[in-house]
Design a protein around this ligand. Structure first.
Ligand code: DC
Length: 223
């Protein structure tokens, strides 16, 4: 019996992370937050002062990292451990997002993370969220979802999240960063962010999280 993969791709802030977790919980599937892997590589490169333009050096670094995901009781997000140290907070900051997007442009880095990502596909199934789950990593997934929302709505959501965490940010600045990141993700030469031809498109701008989850589960029931 092979693992069923549900690929959820889309730009940052479309709600992929929360939706993927809820769908995985409902179906009792495993979960892969592929963005966390790029964030870890970016964070490690920043700490080790590796040049973010040097794809080969970044890939070599990526291959040395011991990455673990841990469920911590009472915590909403899965904790991310790098070489045994909890780096969840650092990688989920705005700076963490920027570093991730810079290292993600390199083919060597993407190749270094490919096998690791594929290894998450275990029975009964996997919900994988990212930018290229349906187009590159799990091209054989029976359900591919492309989840979007307007940049303005995504900036609003991010603003609320960061405020809750006590990070001081301006919404105008966030919107600018989101647009820059979208541009980088959509226009990079390797694995650019785009909807797979066989994906289901969901625009979450005016939908609640529960409604998005409901729609995905409805599609999943038809697999
Ligand atoms: O989903 P996220 O915001 O945690 O992703 C952080 C960055 O990593 C994002 O700018 C693009 C990159 N990324 C990617 O290139 N491919 C993926 N599968 C997931 C994330």
């Amino acid at each position: 019996m092979s693992a069923v993969v549900i690929a959820i791709d889309g730009p940052s802030g479309a709600g992929k992370g929360t939706v993927a977790r809820l769908v995985a919980e409902q179906l009792n599937y495993h979960l892969l937050d592929s963005g966390a892997l790029y964030r870890i590589v970016g964070h490690a490169a920043f700490l080790a002062r590796v040049d973010m333009d040097d794809g080969a050096a970044l890939a070599a670094l990526a291959n040395t990292l011991k990455i673990e995901f841990a469920i911590i009781e009472g915590e909403e997000n899965v904790a991310v451990l790098l070489n045994g140290e909890d780096v969840s907070r650092a990688i989920r900051s705005q700076q963490g997002a920027t570093h991730a997007s810079k290292v993600a442009v390199h083919e060597e880095v993407r190749a270094a993370l490919f096998g690791l990502q594929r290894s998450f596909a275990k029975v009964p199934g996997l919900v994988a969220d990212g930018r290229d789950m349906g187009t590159e990593v799990f091209t054989d997934a029976p359900l591919k979802v492309f989840l979007t929302a307007t940049a303005e709505e995504r900036a609003q959501r991010r603003y609320k999240q960061l405020r809750q965490k006590g990070e001081a940010v301006s919404i105008a600045r966030l919107l600018e960063e989101i647009k820059e990141r979208d541009y980088r993700d959509e226009n990079r030469a390797v694995a650019p962010l785009r909807a797979a031809e066989d994906s289901v498109l969901i625009d979450s701008t005016n939908l609640s999280i529960n409604e998005v989850v409901r729609q995905i589960l409805q599609h999943a029931a038809l697999i």
